[in-house]
Design a protein around this ligand. Sequence first.
Ligand code: 3H9
Length: 693
Amino acid sequence: MSDTVQFAVHGAIAEAVIDNPPVNATSASVRQGLAEAIRRTEADPAIHALVVRCAGKTFIAGADIREFGKPLVEPGLPDVIAMMDRATKPIIAAVHGTVLGGGFEVALACHYRIALPDTKFGFPEVNLGIVPGAGGTQRTPRLAGLAAAIRLTTEGGPIDAAGALANGLIDAIAEGNLGIAAHVYAEALIAESKGPRSAGQLPMPADDPTLFEEARQTLSRKMRGQSAPLKILDAIRLGYDMDFDAALVRELELCRESIAGPQSRALRHLFAAEREVARVPDLPADAVARPIDRIGVIGLGVMGRGIVMAVASAGLPVMAVGLDRSHVDAAMQGITKLWASSVAKGSLTQEAVDKRLALITISDDPRDLAATQLVIEAVTEDRAIKQAVFATLGQMTQPGTILASNTSFLNIDALAEASGRAEDVCGMHFFNPAHVMRLLENVRAARTNPEVVATIMALGKRIGKLPVLSGVCDGFIVNRMLSKRSREAFFLVEEGASPALIDKVLLSYGFPMGPFALGDLAGLDVQAAARKARAASATERELRANFVEQMVAQGRLGQKTGSGWYIYDEKRKASPNPQTDAMIAAHAERHGLTLRAISEEEIRERLLYAMVNEGAKLLGEGIAARPQEIDIAMVNGLGWPNYTGGPMHWADGIGLDKLLARIERFRAEQGDAYWTPAPLLARHVAEGRGFYA
Ligand code: 3H9
């Protein structure tokens, strides 16, 4: 047989058990083993049915992503699936765990499907920029109807066993031992003389062009810029335009084209990078995570509340400490209100909310943090206040209790010294809203114990976050790179590019919004405060580009006051703001600046290359250990479009030599202070390599 598929015969029933860790992907040996199992079943007159199931924690979770881009080893998955479809004896898929992508397609090609109750099914191909290629877009509508098929294949989200049963995607839910249940099921089929049946023989459901059109519009909005979702709709439509077999051939072509395209390469890169960043390269093997079963949060402003919610949502007890009773009460009211709105929307049950609330203990006395193993500090972003809090925490918590700051810009080494227990101190920088955003920048300070690093990386995952490790610097990875984009955006306005044009350029690149719309959303007062905090190290030109301060002085704080870079109506819909044009014109006159027309290309390059160059500096300085950290942080923290693979992957695609040449040109035009190429970038170009290879 094959290394990964065991074939056994029990009476009239044959069984193929796939064992291909970690996720039983359909690697070459699995395909070969399955093909052989079908051949043997067909050839042996004593066998009347074949059960296909998997060892380990899951049924097949998809095609083997690691084989993509390499020459195909026969047989391909569609060939194996065609053998199943044509088999003359019933094949039963007995499934558990996560039945995904090519795994779901294998199951759908089997003639009968039974599943354990907690099984999840789905077509996550779309998240990898891929069109399902082994019949998923053809069998699903025939079994589950058009609406369910469109939803499953284009949205990528899972459906549970009960949903799959209700939608006709499986035949039964099995209790107890899956192998035994499958055997019993197969025996019953044989006893009732139920033969094979192919979903391909079923008719397509009635066509519904409106459904396709609505899906097209929704996907164009929700997954803006991505080609796979729309290609998947095209693939489903094939079922109406040609017969089943021809549709399968064309579906496979669309699948292969999508795999070869840049968007899928980028998304697969992120899939691998996401797993890579969880492995910190230089942690000693004996750096084991400390046990954490009680967390403290001190400071209950917007960030602190979000962190409390994130921790409690993960089922961990949390001691929430605020400045005084009224702050604590206000925080709890805020948290309760947010969760109540989730209940009202139907995304959470009241029972789940009650469980979470029961995990939160409130206090206004830092001494109550003594029983925690990790405290996340989220007090006001002020050096003196934070240092005082760290000094208190150093005294009031046990040695070994991890003290993590949620600071965005302050120096964690200084906080570490203030605590008197520097080896227990680190950063855990959440993004707003902290209970929603996945990215978590974990920060290793100069004296952080490796065990602390191991603990916060593991804890981040446990509370549903995507932890990325950063070193200490001003702004860590995301905010440091973003600050270069903001600077360039203000300069571009001073030179003549309108904020609306700049926003449009970034929007069409794929960001969810441009820097000025984002500033209005976040609040220009917040931005002004951040600029003030960094004024001491700012250049004259940076200080001169004081548009934000000018607007704040006029009471224009962005969306919350109805006016900022844009004007907002009561529904917060933006329109151009004549005051902004007047402000820019007056600013230019005051400072004797000549405004010029700036091309969209220059705007795009200056905004994005400024960030890539800063990313290269982060790498060169060792703040980010690998380009993966940067790509994952920027995609998940800033909304850098995922289908470009993140700034460093994208830059490799452009070619670092071209990038360096543009940076040198901007340096000549704008000055060394803003456009000195990162030494690492220059070195990579000299060596003819990219950030990745
Ligand atoms: C497809 O099926 C195309 C077909 O329609 C058409 C064919 C013609 N291949 O996530 P984890 C590895 S496209 C190879 O940490 P979890 C993963 O890299 C595919 N390897 O575990 C990691 O390795 P490492 C459609 C894979 O328990 C290890 O498994 N399917 C694959 O948190 C553990 O992964 C998908 O897109 C794979 N397909 O989550 C499913 N999948 O430790 C993608 C995983 O060396 N996979 N690995 O880094 C997932 O969503 C999650 O991995 C899963 C498990 C939910 C299965």
